[in-house]
Design a binder for this molecule. Structure first.
Ligand SMILES: [Zn+2]
Ligand SMILES: [Zn+2]
Length: 330
């Protein structure tokens, strides 16, 4: 069994998918990140990036396709919030149609409409040909509170009131509810064998940094942080781009401030603006590196391995692959 905590990016774009020649390097799919803790797969958000991930899981996970006697293929899906760019890939997620798949789906509580209702409405007969209940997998959909923890250990997946007494082998997911995005958003911290990944998408920085987020993300090995805007765009100083202050997204500088204050091992810029070209995102990565050295702009296919035995920064696996892909496509 693998003892590595792995992070793989399948969709890194914010707001809406952006195919085309200008987004080949970083990719045009909306938010979806895969975390692998040994044999367990945790998926963060279901933007269109979950579509290729679903195909890959269906192909490579025998338990998903197994007969009735085989153990169910379990997957854990976490929604940061229910905006379109975080849910629109779910109706096309192949494992959701596989009878032997068991999906544990968690997301925000205390919203105007329950999470289950929103997902059902996304697939109502008026909006989609196949209803949520007509997808053959078993789905356990639960809203969770900030005070709770989601646990995945040898006994399965469950919601607990605390992480006290849990062994090192358990995957522990903590929740921070942020109000720095319209309607609120959940930030997740996934911990396994003492290594942590924090997923903070769709969040706007505060003057003097978001102290609660910094506390929550303290010493994370990998911090995935919203960095949608160029500074000039955010402030309305970029021609043709009205100010986006208050939209619930961060600038590169805001993301770097959180990374530095929380002493994260590595910062991954995430949720790129759909109107930005590859060159603009590359420029943002350069800016980030000047403010926080271990910064990378997320791209589709980026894979990070956090070795549980090592204390060195996480290893980027596929940077070369990205450059090859970019060179091939112009
Ligand atoms: Zn979003
Ligand atoms: Zn959003």
């Amino acid at each position: 069994m693998s003892n590595e905590l792995k992070v793989k990016f399948w969709g890194v774009r914010g707001s809406y998918p952006t195919p085309g020649a200008g987004t080949v390097k970083y990719g045009g799919n909306t938010a979806c990140v895969e975390i692998r803790a040994g044999e367990r797969t945790i998926i963060l958000d279901a933007g269109t990036g979950i579509i290729p991930l679903g195909r890959e899981l269906a192909r490579t996970t025998p338990a998903l396709a197994g007969g009735a006697r085989e153990r169910a293929g379990e997957l854990l899906l976490l929604f940061s919030h229910l905006h379109h760019d975080h849910t629109q890939g779910f109706p096309f997620f192949v494992p959701a149609y596989m009878p032997n798949a068991k999906l544990h789906i968690f997301g925000p509580d205390g919203t105007h409409e329950s999470m289950k209702n929103v997902l059902e409405r996304n697939q109502s007969s008026e909006t989609f040909p196949i209803g949520l209940r007509d997808m053959s997998s078993t789905k356990d959909i639960q809203a969770v509170r900030e005070s709770q923890v989601i646990v995945w250990d040898e006994t399965g997946v469950r919601v607990a009131e605390s992480a006290i007494g849990l062994g090192d082998e358990a995957v522990i997911i903590r929740i921070h509810k942020s109000y720095a995005h319209p309607g609120g958003v959940y930030v997740y911290r996934i911990t396994w064998h003492g290594k942590s990944v924090v997923y903070a998408t769709d969040t706007e920085g505060y003057v003097g940094t978001d102290r609660k987020l910094v506390h929550f993300a303290k010493d994370a090995d990998v911090l995935i942080h919203d960095a949608q805007y160029l500074e000039e765009h955010y402030w309305g100083q970029l021609e043709g781009f009205p100010s986006t202050q208050g939209f619930g997204h961060s600038t590169v500088k805001m993301a770097c401030e959180v990374a530095a204050a929380s002493e994260a091992g590595q910062l991954i810029l995430f949720h790129h603006d759909p109107s930005y070209s590859d060159d603009m995102v590359a420029g943002m990565e350069r800016t980030a590196k000047s403010l926080f050295a271990d910064s990378v702009a997320a791209y589709e296919g980026l894979e990070i391995v956090i070795n549980r035995a090592s204390t060195s920064p996480a290893v980027l696996l596929s940077a070369r692959e990205r450059d090859v892909k970019y060179a091939e496509n112009g």
